[in-house]
Design a protein around this ligand. Structure first.
Ligand SMILES: C[S@@+](CC[C@H](N)C(=O)[O-])C[C@H]1O[C@@H](n2cnc3c(N)ncnc32)[C@H](O)[C@@H]1O
Length: 554
């Protein structure tokens, strides 16, 4: 199974000659030999979990004395001299194969501060530990916790051992060389904190055996998954597998999973099982990683929960991360419906205190497209069809502008003919009327258009249920929001606002009133000529008072 592990085990790293090791008194670590020697002299052997592969590596090593007093001091004061030297010696190109991009200390610190406010862990697991930045910081933040680090690269595990020993945490640390997906995680009394920077390795470099593991494991957990997923998705899944309810986690990764198809596994896990708490996206300009041109996102989670909402936030710089607070709550229903999550990450304008996005309260749906209004939109009383296929419908935006606060009667509306797919629901007289109408409609070409051909039955327009609030969405003026007291349907000249939870009339009136008075043209997308358009998802982002505020206002 551990193909990537085996590759490393079969070809142990050839260490370079130790000729370049700095003379006594100089702390520069200018070769892998020097780093490994330093790790050993810092006390790496005292950290449990040594593997045969690491022993072999050390046996091949030409032992030289490195002055480590200063290195130890540096590690104790929060620096990572072994990791820094490693990144200098092995160029970013060389480190790419195993996704070895180390995390800047300011990010490690933010994640640790968040963890400190969230949990008192009995154990910390650092998946893909590199030189042990997260493990050492966790040891400092949680002086009583067990530390468990794992990496697939023996140089990394020996560096982690050295750093942990130097920091004084050898007695409570175990470091495991191997694949994180295969890490054996014993049950423990108390909570485990999973914290780290899962490797970013693209799917082309992932072994088919592991791709099968991904598919089998995700499917068993009820998630669909794409084999195009990168290695960080495997780490999220493995964490869901290793963890127990109540365990918490914080991972920094590149942010592409928020929006791409193959990121859906991570999004689904956060909504179900991994218990997403927060998603903190660093602006692309923040360049979170010194040697990889990638955007970063920190994801926090609490396992076992199905969160009712997740906090989403964008920050301009690493310095703005703070303790990973803030952001705005987006409900699970909106997140689970969406194929991309970045549109939820608001930069500006900020929501006024107590306000939420309309999408938290209502789904916004465009009306049906008839494909041929000349056939399907008609004036009332102008055809011989059963009443039950004739629906008073908003078919022109001006009908909503004219209605003011409420559309109280269907009388002025035109009729849309909406015949169900299954004609067996009609009696024989009705069937005759419908057959006559459909023959005529076919002669008019109503069955031939693109829209009609895409329907299950070419005649079934498929109007949505009446929406309690109807909105215009394209005009040279702000949209209007109208209470629909006439049970009118709507076609694609309008959007319908459908509450996620039942809302009473007074709240709906207040919501529509608030929207009429607050939504301005600038919130939509303006086209040449000054036409402003709100797509349904854009309209869901319009700020509205929270449900509590709406209730208080009625
Ligand atoms: C992005 S680096 C993070 C290193 C360190 N935790 C930090 O944040 O500075 C990811 C690490 O995962 C390791 N890695 C890659 N594939 C792995 C696997 N399948 N199992 C465990 N570790 C792996 C790499 O060797 C690398 O050290």
């Amino acid at each position: 199974m551990a193909t990537e592990t085996r590759r490393i085990q079969r070809s142990p790293r050839k260490l370079t000659a130790s000729a370049s090791i700095a003379p006594q008194g100089d702390n520069s670590l200018s070769s892998l030999d020097a780093i490994l020697n330093a790790a050993l002299q810092l006390g790496a052997e005292k950290v449990a979990g040594w593997s045969p592969e690491e022993f072999r590596l050390v046996e091949q090593l030409e032992r030289v004395r490195i002055p480590v007093v200063e290195l130890r001091e540096m590690i104790r004061s929060g620096a990572d001299p072994l990791g820094d030297a490693y990144c200098q010696i092995r160029g970013s190109e060389e480190r790419r194969g195993l996704g070895q991009t180390y995390t800047p200390p300011a990010i490690v610190q933010s994640m640790m501060s968040w963890a400190h406010s969230e949990v008192k862990p009995a154990r910390i697991i650092d998946p893909g530990s590199g030189s042990g930045r997260f493990s050492v910081a966790a040891g400092r933040a949680f002086p009583r916790a067990q530390l468990r680090a794992s990496d697939i690269d023996p140089v990394a595990t020996i560096m982690t051992r050295g750093s942990l020993a130097a920091a004084g945490y050898a007695q409570r640390s175990v470091v495991t060389l191997g694949d994180y997906r295969e890490l054996s995680v014993d049950p423990i009394k108390g909570k485990t904190l999973y914290v780290g920077n899962p490797p970013y390795v693209r799917h082309h470099q992932i072994d088919p055996v592991w791709k099968q593991w991904l598919i089998d494991t995700a499917t068993r957990r009820g998630h669909s998954v794409s084999a195009l997923a990168g290695l960080h998705a495997y780490f999220f899944l493995a964490t869901a597998e290793h963890g127990s309810p109540g365990d918490v986690g914080a991972f920094i990764t590149s942010s592409e999973w928020l929006d791409v198809n193959y990121g859906s596994l991570i999004r689904d896990l956060l909504l179900d099982g991994l218990g997403g708490l927060g998603v903190h996206v660093l602006d692309a300009d923040a360049a979170p990683f010194a040697d990889a041109a990638t955007t970063g996102v920190i994801t926090t989670f609490k396992m076992g929960s199905r969160p009712s909402s997740i906090r989403l936030r964008r920050v301009k710089s690493v310095g703005d991360l703070g303790t990973l607070g803030g952001g705005h709550l987006v409900s699970r229903s909106r997140l689970s419906e969406a194929r991309r999550w970045t549109p939820f990450i608001r930069t500006s304008p900020k929501l006024p205190a107590g306000w939420i996005e309309l999408g938290e309260l209502c789904r916004v749906h465009r009306g049906a497209v008839t494909g041929a209004n000349a056939t399907w939109v008609t004036d009332s009383g102008s055809n011989d069809l059963p009443e039950k296929v004739l629906y008073p419908t908003v078919t022109r935006a001006r009908e909503l502008f004219a209605a003011g606060a409420a559309l109280s009667s269907p009388d002025s509306l035109r009729i849309v003919i909406d015949i169900p797919t299954d004609l067996d629901v009609f009696d024989s007289d009705e069937r005759k009327e419908i057959a006559r109408f459909l023959r005529r409609a076919k002669q008019e070409g109503a069955a031939d258009g693109y829209v009609a051909r895409a329907r299950r039955a070419w005649w079934a327009v498929g109007l949505r249920q009446p929406a309690p609030i109807l909105a215009t969405y394209m005009a040279r003026r702000p949209p209007t929001f109208v209470r629909n007291l006439a049970d009118a349907r709507h076609i694609n000249v309008a959007h319908g606002l459908y509450p996620r939870e039942p809302l009473d009339d007074a709240v709906l009136n207040e919501l529509a009133r608030s929207l009429r008075s607050s939504v301005v043209v600038g919130q939509g997308r303006t086209y040449a000529g000054g036409l402003t358009k709100f797509e349904p998802r854009e309209m869901e982002r319009v700020p509205v008072p929270s449900l509590e505020m709406l209730k208080a206002a009625v």
